[in-house]
Design a protein around this ligand. Structure first.
Ligand SMILES: Nc1ncnc2c1ncn2[C@@H]1O[C@H](COP(=O)(O)OP(=O)(O)OP(=O)(O)O)[C@@H](O)[C@H]1O
Ligand SMILES: [Mg+2]
Length: 232
């Protein structure tokens, strides 16, 4: 469902140029569960933002479900994003003026869903993330972990084909983190392709496919396993 060929991205601020991704090649089949690890600043969020059509790239090609992304208008990109992609941001990005319920409703309203259709989907996702009693709270009235769960609920509520999660368990204790991972697994079992960026190596090792990004370069453990490479 996703093909990247020699993708590159640099950031320039003043005289400093940072090559955030370099010659990135990746093929991902629909239904895969991919974890991505790598040191801070290695390009993980950049990779996820490009994958989620939030950020652009400088060179190379990116095909999402066969469509060449660089050829699409901003309007078409926004539509694709809203139809296919759920994004859990590293820094939540909840809307402070809106309640938990309304925050989760936003992506559905974008898609043109009616209020009652929204209500059913939102109630379901509130229950699966144990947030029912918080539906009228504003983000500032929630703990960090609860805010994170709202961000996850918002990404899941539209049942996206592709779910991108940037450190979704970073602010959670190990029990809550495990619950979130189980929610992601269930979503994946129902057919959603999941890309999970995490610092949790134990978690990454358990996933069927694993990538590491180091200095904007990709190490694909699938390829490594095939060439009988062993981790030390
Ligand atoms: N908007 C930007 N302007 C300039 N440089 C940027 C920008 N965004 C990211 N970078 C740089 O690109 C590199 C990759 O950043 P990125 O956020 O992708 O790292 P990361 O792997 O997600 O790190 P972390 O684990 O800390 O979240 C870093 O060196 C960062 O400083
Ligand atoms: Mg990051």
């Amino acid at each position: 469902m996703l093909v990247m060929k020699k993708l590159s991205k640099s950031f320039r601020s003043g005289i400093v140029e940072t090559r955030a991704l370099s010659n990135f090649d990746l093929e991902l089949e629909a239904g895969e569960f991919l974890t991505v690890t790598g040191p801070s600043g290695s390009g993980k969020s950049t990779f996820l933002n490009i994958t989620g059509l939030i950020d652009s790239y400088d060179d190379g090609e990116y095909f999402l479900d066969g469509e060449n992304v660089s050829k699409l208008s901003d309007e078409r990109l926004a539509r694709l994003r809203s139809e296919k992609i759920g994004f859990i941001f590293q820094r939540f990005h909840l809307i402070p003026e809106l309640t938990v319920y309304q925050n989760i409703e936003v992506p559905l309203l974008y898609r043109g869903w009616g209020k009652s259709q929204c209500k059913q989907a939102i109630e379901e996702v509130l229950a699966s993330l144990a947030l029912e009693s918080r539906r009228q709270h504003k983000p500032e009235q929630l703990s960090g972990g609860q805010q994170q769960r709202v961000a996850i609920a918002r990404a899941l509520v539209g049942k996206p084909k592709l779910l991108l999660a940037d450190e979704p368990t970073g602010d959670l204790d190990s029990v809550s983190a495990k619950k979130i991972v189980n929610v992601l697994r269930q979503i994946n079992e129902h057919g959603t392709t999941v890309i999970l960026v995490t610092h949790d190596l134990a978690l990454a090792r358990k996933s069927r496919r694993r990538l590491q990004i180091v200095d904007g370069r990709l190490i694909d453990f699938k390829q490594i396993v095939h060439s009988e490479w062993r981790e030390t």
